[in-house]
Design a protein around this ligand. Sequence first.
Ligand SMILES: Nc1ncnc2c1ncn2[C@@H]1O[C@H](COP(=O)(O)OP(=O)(O)OP(=O)(O)O)[C@@H](O)[C@H]1O
Ligand SMILES: [Zn+2]
Length: 676
Amino acid sequence: MGHFKRNLITTALPYANGPVHIGHLAGVYVPADIYVRYLRAKGEEVAFIGGSDEHGVPITIKAQKEGVTPQDIVDRYHNLIKKSFEEFGISFDIYSRTSSKTHHELSSAFFKKLYEEGKFIEKTSLQFYDEKAGQFLADRYIIGKCPICGNERAYGDQCEACGTSLNATDLINPVSAITGNTPELKETKHWYLPLDQYEDWLKKWILEDHKEWKSNVYGQCKSWLDNGLQARAVTRDLDWGVPVPVEGAEGKVLYVWFDAPIGYISATKDLTPDWEKYWKDKDTRMIHFIGKDNIVFHCIIFPAMLKAEGSYILPDNVPANEFLNLEGDKISTSRNWAVWLHEYLRDFEGKQDVLRYVLTANAPETKDNDFTWKDFQTRNNSELVAIYGNFINRALVLTHKYFEGVVPERGELTDYDREVMAEIPQIIEKVEKNLDNFHFREALKECMGLARLGNKYLADTEPWKLIKTDESRVKTILNICIQIAADLSVLSEPFMPFSAAKLRGFLNIAPVAWESMGADVVPAGHRIKEAGLLFDKIEDEEIQKQIDKLLATKKANELASVKVTPAKENISFEDFQKMDIRVGKIVAAEKVAKTKKLLKLTIDTGIDTRTVVSGIAEYYTPEEIIGRQVSILVNLEPKNLKGIESQGMILMAANADGALSFVSPDKEIKPGSEIR
Ligand SMILES: Nc1ncnc2c1ncn2[C@@H]1O[C@H](COP(=O)(O)OP(=O)(O)OP(=O)(O)O)[C@@H](O)[C@H]1O
Ligand SMILES: [Zn+2]
């Protein structure tokens, strides 16, 4: 860590309007947790900071929709998120929240200091106001057509279809999300951080002094800086958030993107009274873990805020990830297109490490990546089970079988033994180097290389054959295997902490220091415990269940998004009266030979008994519909269908996907009764 004395590791504050999904995990929390566990294992001082982001418009809109308070919404999701992070082994030193008292006080004081030192610009501007709701409409309270891509449901601050950030006044045909009214422009006063004044300083700080930042991060910063920075409003007309602590600012709160990053500071303050050493001492190395949509806030806006304030340190690195998709589609909370962490923990009990492994092996480190359930299954079965688990199992089982669970003495080494043992420190070094540079995928691959090495060593030396002829050779081989297993329990801990603990249990050892790896940590004569399985095979049925769940979501989304067709032209009552619709009863039904869709129905219409051919065979079997009451148009011109004369038509309601349903009276009605 060079000249730094301690580390302050922050993770993006998840927005408390939904649970955490695998995209959040892969982008932010898993890499951050790996990094923190690694630092701790090396004896570094670390504060690992997280918390929920609980302000802003989407939360108030959700509350309004559900008829509850914003506090109800954030309590629900904060508690769910906090608990699932805990169960998943994200080892925060504190998981706080921005509705806390500490945070309100600290962010308010932060604003006040900047205000008093004249760091803001005060501007009056025209903003949309909803007369009927009696309030100004901030950000997502305004919906309209995107001027860039034409998306009809762009928000006042951003179009989610094309990603453009917008001003509400850019929208075509803006309407209020509260009342649906067309809002009017009205004057309001806000405070702005003049980012343009920080442009030169930011250019030097990022483009010259931080050339080592990941290229996706550096590139995004460069493009923002090249385009020129503008003053940004840091307040909003809203009643949910941190009130603006200035006279004449009633009904205004801090913009959620102003208060959220200050949440890192207040969380640290909640963690320790000694919080200032983390935030105000140049010997602290601060690192922000985030996803790509947060880069501008963490590399440009928050640093400018910190610089304006003057007493805080700046981040040393911002290793932002790109995005994870799910089965080829963008993950989305509102469309329920996600694998939710709390559901995973319930469906795959005890398999935290499998998900941690897959999300790391497939992390969107340099480009967007895709999560698929098939890949999840394959990586579990042919990597975790077949390589890591298999090696551990064989090493432990053979030690029990041949030496009653007592680690044997190591005898004379062959060249091959020496070669294998010499590889261990090389692997460790590669893991370290990759972790130091935030290359988590590669680090995990190298770590698995140690399990591969052990597996290959066993396969090459075949102790199960040698045991009959050369027991002392088998002792040496198994001793070496046990040392590799012990090293794995250390090296894999940052990535797969649950399995590492399990493995230490099998080996009957206490946690081993990172520096002791490669140095024979398990002495001969040590007794190991009974070995269980480190990983279990995941069967097709389990995976199919998850895939089916996603298919159901997809279908529900498709149905929800189908537009209802507009009403047809008006007709006269006389036109309507021409149709003679009656209640009928199905008295017989059979499939029409050589067709897929047609049923031949015999209907008691009250007037007569007649035959109707109906295209409903994909939705109803003949047996289930006999006796059913239906609506039948009895004066429709007869028509010949597949050689059968159809005398009338059964009325059906058609779903967007084509599924058909009878339109039936909701109580018994005498056949022949008119429908009118
Ligand atoms: N699919 C994803 N892949 C990688 N990182 C993601 C993904 N979705 C969100 N993140 C990151 O997770 C962090 C927390 O996200 P936040 O709570 O702000 O949700 P969000 O971006 O609004 O996501 P969503 O719309 O899915 O709820 C952010 O740093 C964000 O960049
Ligand atoms: Zn757009």
